[in-house]
Design a protein around this ligand. Structure first.
Ligand code: PGA
Length: 259
């Protein structure tokens, strides 16, 4: 079972996850992070800013979950740009060690395989940060995605394009296609940390954590992974049937047990 941590606020979630990332980097300076975009992981990146002072992050490696297909990498909403702006620059990471799937049309036929190879050559992802979409997607693995899927091109569902329209001028400007790590790729990371905040995520969180394991709710794939931490605020936890048990587990967590 995943460990479910219910926190008062996104800032508390950010602090909790940032502490774990700092612990990993201190232990292994070339730690491989799986980086998510969207609004959800921002409190983690924010909390990391003060924590990385004095820490050698020059060898930290990273792989983004996904990218839009056909977007100019210099577009402010390409995930390359978002990761550079939110993670690489503020934390002082080496940009050469931080990868995003290549959404360029010219090379898209082998971009997925290239990305898989790069992750494998890095020795796999140590800690994968995940958000969850209102559709239940993780990465851009929309409902119906195979649990065995690897990095590949997907078509975004209309709801996801609407959800992401806030980053663009109009919903029509949100790219239709993306290249995303597959569910199989994500399940290959050593530790999954899924974050969700707000009422709008409550149904997806409940389905992912407690619902049947089904490709109709891709986030439910986390139930197949041996080391998952789900960090949610009260609103995102509001549809969890066993929330009281998760609180009881947290209150009685042995001091020796890490995240
Ligand atoms: P959000 O997106 O963090 O912007 O809500 C999450 C997701 O789509 O995975």
């Amino acid at each position: 079972m995943a460990e479910i941590v219910i926190v008062p606020s996104p800032a508390d979630a950010g602090a909790l996850v940032a502490d774990e990332i700092v612990r990993l980097i201190a232990e292994r300076p070339d730690t491989v992070l799986g980086l998510a975009t969207g609004s959800t992981p921002l409190p983690v990146y924010e909390a990391l800013r003060s924590r990385v002072e004095g820490l050698d992050v020059s060898r930290v490696r990273g792989f983004a979950l996904d990218e839009y297909v056909g977007i100019d990498p210099n577009h402010p909403e390409s995930y390359r740009s978002v990761i550079t702006r939110e993670v690489v620059e503020p934390l002082g990471l080496n940009p050469d060690l931080i990868h995003t799937p290549n959404g360029a049309l010219e090379t898209i036929s082998h971009a997925g395989e290239d990305y898989e190879r790069a992750i494998a050559e890095a020795g796999g992802i140590d800690l994968q940060i995940l958000g969850i979409g209102t559709s239940g997607h993780i990465g851009f693995n929309e409902p119906g995605s195979s649990f065995a899927s690897r990095t590949r091109v997907k078509t975004l569902i209309e709801q996801t394009r609407k959800d992401n329209a806030r980053f663009f001028d109009r919903v029509e400007d949100v790219p239709m296609h993306c290249i995303t790590q597959g569910l199989g790729t994500i399940l290959g990371a050593k530790h999954l940390v899924l974050l969700a905040f707000g009422e709008g995520k409550a149904a997806a969180v409940a389905g992912a954590v407690e619902g049947p394991v089904t490709s109709s709710l891709p986030g439910s794939a986390i139930q197949l992974h041996p080391h998952v931490t789900v960090v949610v605020d009260e609103a995102a936890a509001s549809q969890l049937a066993h929330a009281d048990y998760y609180r009881y587990v947290a209150a009685n967590k042995p001091a020796w047990q890490g995240l």
